[in-house]
Design a protein. Structure first.
Length: 110
């Protein structure tokens, strides 16, 4: 599965369209950045409610393929700028992180 497939399946709004051909190999849901660094894997689709610039830095460091910002939250312009620089896809979903996690699971992402 690639990022484009996740976008189509979730029906989320695209805040930043990065590299939509990146492979998505798993899903991860967490709001504690140190846990994401320790436990998320290369190619993850990350569901979170965090919206600050460190989210982009962590995602780039870990090799996360797509960030899904949940619960109708949005990112400030500086976060969007950083995502563009990192070619990171950021989605906005009105769904809770729990619901997004379930949708990722149904897609076969574990």
């Amino acid at each position: 599965m690639i990022v484009h497939d996740v976008i189509e399946s979730l029906g989320a709004d695209v805040a930043v369209e990065g590299d939509t051909t990146r492979q998505v190999t798993s899903g991860y849901t967490c709001d504690l950045l140190s846990e994401v660094i320790a436990k998320a894997t290369l190619g993850s689709a990350w569901a979170t409610i965090q919206t600050h610039v460190n989210v982009i830095a962590v995602a780039a460091m870990v090799g996360i393929s797509v960030i899904i910002v949940c619960e109708g939250r949005t990112c400030e312009p500086d976060v969007v700028e950083r995502a563009v620089k990192e070619h990171m896809t950021v989605l906005y979903s009105r769904d809770s992180a729990y619901t997004v996690s379930g949708k990722l699971y149904i897609l076969g992402l574990r």
